[in-house]
Design a protein around this ligand. Sequence first.
Ligand code: AHR
Length: 507
Amino acid sequence: MKLILAILIVLSSSVLFGQTTITLFPDQAETKINKEIYGHFAEHLGRCIYGGIYVGEDSDIPNTRGFRDDVTGALIDMKIPLLRWPGGCFADTYNWKDGIGPREERPSMVNVHWGNVTEDNSFGTHEFLDFCDLIDAEPYINVNVGSGTVREASEWIEYVTSSNISPMTDLRKKNGREEPWNVKYWGIGNENWGCGGNMTPEYYADVYRNYASYAGGAKYKIACGASDFDYNWTDVMMARMQGKGNLLQGLSLHYYTVTHNWTKKGSATEFDEEEWFTTLSKTLFMDELIQKHSTIMDKYDPEKRVGLIVDEWGNWFDVEPGTNPGFLYQQNTLRDALVAGINLNIFNNHADRVKMSNIAQTINVLQSVILTKDDEMVLTPTYYVFKMYSVHQDATMIPASLKTGDYTMDGNSVPTVNASASTKDGVVSITICNLNPNNSENIKISVPESEFASASGQIITAEHMNDFNDFGKRESVHLMEFDVAKPKDGKLVFELPSKSVVLIQLK
Ligand code: AHR
């Protein structure tokens, strides 16, 4: 009898709490989801550049001008729209002139932030921009403010973008590049409140104005913004740029999802449901952060001319056992797929202010889309989310109302379902995450006054919440077809599997 009662309670609670309604309002769609929201970040850190992107022309690993062919192909396939380089903390130690000219003549330096390893500068400005051309991604270059000078930064911008006659353009031509590159995005320093010089916002704001004044060739200048919930940094920066409209186009925000704390971040692959819940609930904080930073920006910039640029985000776990602690190498499970899906939905929904984001980092570092080991390559669950969500790039965001229940753990709750929607070329795309690792969720999507002839779907899920793809093994987490019934009277009803990321497309 007790067992029957228990079963009845479970069944009734899944009926009561397992239903989500998503109502879309395509007639109100007007905000473009910049493709740059799907951007990536590659720093001279661990094996991101060397071994990940670049192996050199003499390598046995198949390559084109030193760039790995497997990685190049995978990034093109994923539709990478933008790549940020060379850091990160590395950027504020980097002397760009060490990375140009004949490779054998380039000096080496010590990478003081990341393991004190030797950086031989064989991957520099020409290599980075050549790679961006190869993968068809917009480049975003971060200049050195922490240990550099205004002149160095201004000469770098001139070297890259100018077609005038000048010592810098002559130098570029001498190094084999006649025409300037079209580099729109320039970051002026990185984390200048920390590794980029430990500055106060007031001091940095003045330094920024100085750098930006001599950065004429940089069409879209991005200032170092806040860490997490440092709302004062955003306020000071916005206040001190008043009346200086042409100096600032973007203000950055860095927020990493750290499950426990910075001393003990937790394993990327060995975790229980409590840690699953904590990671997802901490990643959802991105929504509150964006709302609060945006409210401050609105005060000074109601027309939303300045973009919020989330140029570092993602999961940060303890490094894989036995790997160099300075290299930040971590595996990537289905939990990472959920974190990616949730954040990208949040960015889509705030596309009026969020103009770019860059997950950290592309290959072999933190929440990567690709892992490499010698000549092998693994595509992570996060990779498949980016591939799935590429339908939102440059689409128009559709406002939606989401009614969902709670996923509860130890008395704390998060919304079970997280979603965003967009439209492009007559196709409506809805991406939906089910945060609950135990129960499926009944989803009803309705689009008032619309008729759709067909619906199709894709899904990323796995048997276990910590399944991951590994070298030499069959992939356990990847993109699969997801069958959905034909929509009826503008409504689509289906069962969203537990712990999944799903794309539904209506035509
Ligand atoms: O992505 C790793 C590091 O995290 C970056 O170099 C820095 O900007 C941030 O603290």
